[in-house]
Design a protein around this ligand. Structure first.
Ligand SMILES: Cc1cc2nc3c(=O)[nH]c(=O)nc-3n(C[C@H](O)[C@H](O)[C@H](O)COP(=O)(O)OP(=O)(O)OC[C@H]3O[C@@H](n4cnc5c(N)ncnc54)[C@H](O)[C@@H]3O)c2cc1C
Length: 387
């Protein structure tokens, strides 16, 4: 039997890639170092650009069964709760071919895993790839000391990618701290302030920090993420904090009562320092290519990391569906098709981050601009992402 196409990593990017390869008729094996396929307990927004790909994968009903479609996204001033703009999300399905959806990460990952298994993808857990060598005939992987032959290798192994390190595509390519930390929690809906229980997304803008939250799982829980500049965090480092500790660290005393109550309702906030890596215009060599965070990690301010990994998967599948393509030509075409857009979104995400954390007169200017543009204007400005 011919060697399989091997995907390293069973995150959202790796599973989407496996689905795309299997749909293109490739025998596909996924290697995951963890004992079990499981995502962190947190929410994930999936915008229409990625939703459309998943619809093409035939997953519309599976997604609808576990997702919530928020009616609107409210951009709010943390100090007093004023709604600066309200983005009407409900029209997205018609306008961009798929809705804005929010998921518990584990639910999306399970839907992708089920679809991959249905298509005959083989998944091996507790299988860590430690490196590879390649020549014109194929790739040989080192899987915890065991040799494995592959036709092609897709490194979907996340921010700290072993495959990226082994490819050596850039000088001084190590992950670097961004100076920002995300704190995440899930809150039972009945303990959230009554005004924040509806099926809508809220983004609260404060000095040096901002908060995003939305309901999950039939609106039984609220997923909340607080992003804080490290220099503004005056408490000793800890991997977990209570809502009260976090509120103190973020100076929430001056913030709107509903927001403070929401934050304090989170009993366990988990720390997630944010790292970046240099932009890459090439994502591979020969029979090996990167995908998702391994290729283009990005700060989460446009909620596009997983969405871009899903777009990568679609492009990969398209290139391999061409029967005249060789492995090398398909992977080359894949990188050429994707790199420019991914870099543009990496940069736009960084700019958006700075914009979220202004204080003083800059914050007042930003708030006035957000009001002037209005929800529809902001959606129109971001249409290049969702189209
Ligand atoms: C706070 C926060 C909020 C975010 N919100 C959003 C959002 O709303 N929308 C959005 O689109 N994106 C969002 N993102 C980004 C998104 O989470 C990531 O871009 C996405 O999960 C990346 O998926 P991935 O499959 O590329 O990598 P990962 O999820 O990191 O998966 C990599 C997998 O590879 C495995 N692995 C690693 N090394 C090896 C090895 N050597 N051998 C075998 N297996 C290996 C790992 O165990 C893991 O399972 C957010 C990120 C953060 C931090």
């Amino acid at each position: 039997m011919a060697a399989p196409f091997v995907v390293v990593g069973a995150g959202i990017g790796g599973l989407a890639a496996a689905i795309a390869l299997a749909r293109a008729g490739k025998r596909t094996l996924v290697l995951e170092r963890a004992e079990r396929i499981e995502e962190v307990g947190a929410g994930l927004q999936i915008s229409p650009n990625a939703g459309r790909v998943l619809h093409e994968f035939g997953m519309r009903a599976a997604l609808d069964a576990v997702a919530i479609e928020p009616r609107a996204l409210n951009i709010r001033r943390a100090a007093d709760g004023a709604v600066l703009a309200r983005l009407p999300l409900a029209a997205a399905r018609e306008r961009w071919g798929a809705p804005f959806r929010v998921f518990h990460r584990a639910d999306l990952q399970k839907a992708l895993l089920d679809e991959a298994l249905r298509l005959g993808v083989e998944i091996r857990t507790a299988a860590r790839c430690d490196g590879f060598a390649q020549d014109e005939d194929g790739v040989r992987l080192d899987v915890g000391g065991e040799a494995l032959a592959a036709e092609a290798l897709i490194g979907a192994d996340g921010l700290r990618s072993t495959i990226r390190d082994a490819l050596g595509l850039a000088a001084s390519d190590a992950p670097r701290p961004t100076g920002l930390t995300a704190w995440r929690t899930l809150i039972p809906i009945e303990t959230a302030p009554a005004a924040l229980r509806e099926r809508e997304t809220h983004i609260w803008l404060g000095a040096s920090a901002h908060i995003v939250h939305y309901p999950l799982r039939d609106a039984s829980i609220v997923s909340a993420v607080a992003i804080l500049e490290d220099r503004a965090d005056r408490l000793p480092a800890a991997d977990m904090r209570t809502g009260e500790e976090l509120a103190r660290a973020m100076g929430f005393g001056r913030w709107s009562r509903d927001l403070r109550n929401l934050l304090e309702a989170g009993e366990e906030w988990r720390r997630w320092p944010l790292y970046g890596r240099p932009e890459l215009a090439r994502w591979g060599r020969g029979r090996v290519a990167l995908l998702g965070d391994a290729a283009h990690p990005m700060v989460p301010f446009l909620a596009q990391g997983a969405a871009q990994a899903i777009e990568d998967a679609a492009a990969l599948g398209r290139m391999f569906a061409d029967e005249r393509a060789t492995v090398e030509s398909a992977l080359d075409a894949y990188q050429s098709a994707r790199a420019e857009r991914a870099i543009r979104i990496q940069r736009a995400s960084r700019r958006q981050g700075a914009n979220c954390h202004y204080a003083g007169p800059m914050a007042a200017l930003r708030d006035a601009a957000v009001r002037l543009m209005g929800g529809k204007g902001i959606l129109a400005r971001n249409a290049w992402i969702y189209r």
